[in-house]
Design a protein around this ligand. Structure first.
Ligand code: CA
Length: 217
């Protein structure tokens, strides 16, 4: 899953980017509202973490302009006393909000919930074939035994599993699993797919020639 974090406090932006990358997200960042809007319109993010108080274009302005064009999920970061911002934010199309200062664990849980709901997935675990995928712990297991996966392998499997029954194009996978700074070597999708097949067998992820990859629904 790929995130955009729009936050003008450099320390907070950096620590949020680090924490979400540690969780396996591909993460792009913007430090003002105009840069944020530009990136939000340009790339297909799975969620945007959006500070309300931003230079050049504030978070609510960004959100309203984004909503004319796109339904990307948005998690707002608001100031403690700004009840009006939260009401306006939700009414302008935000999916959830957090009040600063917030607990990192809560931010990560809200992110997972927003992304899950946006994918039409009410439950936080899902069954694919003989495997159980747990979204909160980002783990895959079979018969109660955990199967070790790298962060990239897990992200790829999760993305396909949330869209099981449909074919996901290579372009879509590239756009959602890698961020703007990823170098080409780490981008080799086929390598991640073949590593997953070595661990999980060749049947789980199907190749649809000329179309992409799919997990049966
Ligand atoms: Ca701010």
């Amino acid at each position: 899953m790929r995130l955009l974090i729009v936050e003008d406090e450099a320390d907070l932006l950096q620590s949020l980017a680090m924490a979400t990358r540690d969780e396996g997200y591909a993460v792009d960042t913007a430090s003002d509202g105009e840069e944020g809007l530009h990136k939000a319109l340009e790339s297909p993010y799975d969620c945007i973490v959006l500070d309300v108080m931003l230079p050049r274009l504030d978070g609510l302005g960004l959100l309203r302009r984004l909503r004319v064009a796109k339904a990307t999920p948005v998690l707002l970061l608001t100031a403690r006393d700004a009840t009006g911002d939260r009401v306006q934010g939700l009414d302008s199309g935000a999916d959830d909000y957090l009040v600063k200062p917030f607990d990192l664990g809560e931010l990560l849980a809200r992110l997972r919930a927003v992304i899950r709901r946006h994918n039409g997935q009410a439950s936080s675990s899902l069954v694919i074939g003989e495997y159980d995928l747990s979204l909160p712990s980002r783990t895959l297991s079979k018969g109660g035994v955990r199967i070790p996966l790298t962060a990239r392998e897990y992200s790829l499997l999760e993305y396909l599993a949330l869209r099981r029954g449909s074919v996901v194009s290579r372009t879509e996978l590239y756009e959602h699993l890698f961020d703007e700074n990823d170098d080409s070597l780490s981008n080799l999708l086929d390598v991640h797919v073949s590593k997953l097949r070595r661990k999980l067998g060749t049947d789980l992820i199907e190749t649809r020639r000329g179309m992409g990859y799919a997990i049966a629904g």
